[in-house]
Design a protein around this ligand. Structure first.
Ligand SMILES: O=C[C@H](O)COP(=O)(O)O
Length: 253
């Protein structure tokens, strides 16, 4: 099966200035529509910037939320529901990013509940997994990732709208990118795990993104791997040269 590539630009808690948001939108609006026709491209701004992006990004670039509540709408100060994200025009939501787990104490159970709420709202889920450096060095990468992924698999309702983001924690924001062999090995192991638990159709359909220090320079070698279906890009998505990553994945660079 040929899987449609998917790239996410995760802006995290950036940029501070609205003028920077607008200038990035201007840069991304220069991506040719023929290029966008070959993949899914989703920008994940901070929640406060979603409306600005929805009204100013060209058609063909989707907008997503970096998080959504475990709850429905109600008396939950500081939260927003997946259905609100849908109403604002989001099509995807990131769940379980290691920054949410390690800095804000979210658990795998939280991520599973959020994935359920997001799917109920009709949105796609980007489900993040990934090992710490000490876990990799102890040879536990696959065990750690399957433990993170396993609990959500029985909850997936549409494999075209459930994406796994393999993000080794040691590669996030460090400039130390996984080698293409390391990334491919982990992606293949996750696809095999989906096959074992959910069957061959799910395994062939599910898209697996790599995230962690992706740049225009290393994106070509990573995307050449058979089980790497796109990227979840942090720092490099805050620069106009993000367009080069998109063009490389689309095969038009
Ligand atoms: O969600 C994105 C990842 O955390 C990767 O971030 P990075 O590209 O800055 O390493």
């Amino acid at each position: 099966m040929v899987r449609r590539p998917i790239i996410g630009g995760n802006w995290k808690c950036n940029p501070e200035k609205l003028e920077t948001v607008q200038s990035l939108v201007g840069a991304f609006n220069e991506i040719e529509s023929a290029c966008l026709g070959k993949l899914d491209l989703v920008i994940f701004p901070c929640a406060l910037h979603i409306t600005t992006l929805k009204s100013s990004l060209q058609d063909g670039i989707a907008v997503g939320a970096q998080n959504a509540s475990k709850t429905q709408c109600g008396a939950f100060t500081g939260e927003w529901s997946a259905s609100m994200a849908r109403e604002m025009g989001c099509s995807w939501v990131v769940v379980g990013h290691s920054e949410r787990r390690h800095i804000f104490g979210e658990t795998i159970e939280d991520s599973v509940t959020k994935a359920e709420r997001i799917q109920e709202a009709g949105l796609g889920v980007i489900f993040c997994i990934g090992e710490l450096l000490e876990e990799r060095e102890a040879g536990r990468t696959v065990d750690v990732c399957t433990a993170q992924l396993g609990p959500v698999l029985s909850k997936v309702t549409d494999w075209t709208k459930f994406v796994i983001a393999y993000e080794p924690v040691w590669a996030i924001g460090t400039g130390v990118v996984a080698t293409k062999e390391q990334a491919q090995e982990a992606h293949q192991a996750m696809r095999d795990f989906v096959r074992e638990r959910c069957g061959g159709e799910a395994a062939e359909a599910v898209r697996i993104q790599y995230g962690g220090s992706v740049t225009p320079e290393n994106s070509g070698s990573l995307i050449s791997q058979p089980d790497i279906d796109g990227f979840l890009v942090g720092g490099a998505s805050l620069k106009p040269s993000f367009n080069q990553i998109v063009e490389t994945v689309a095969g038009v660079a």
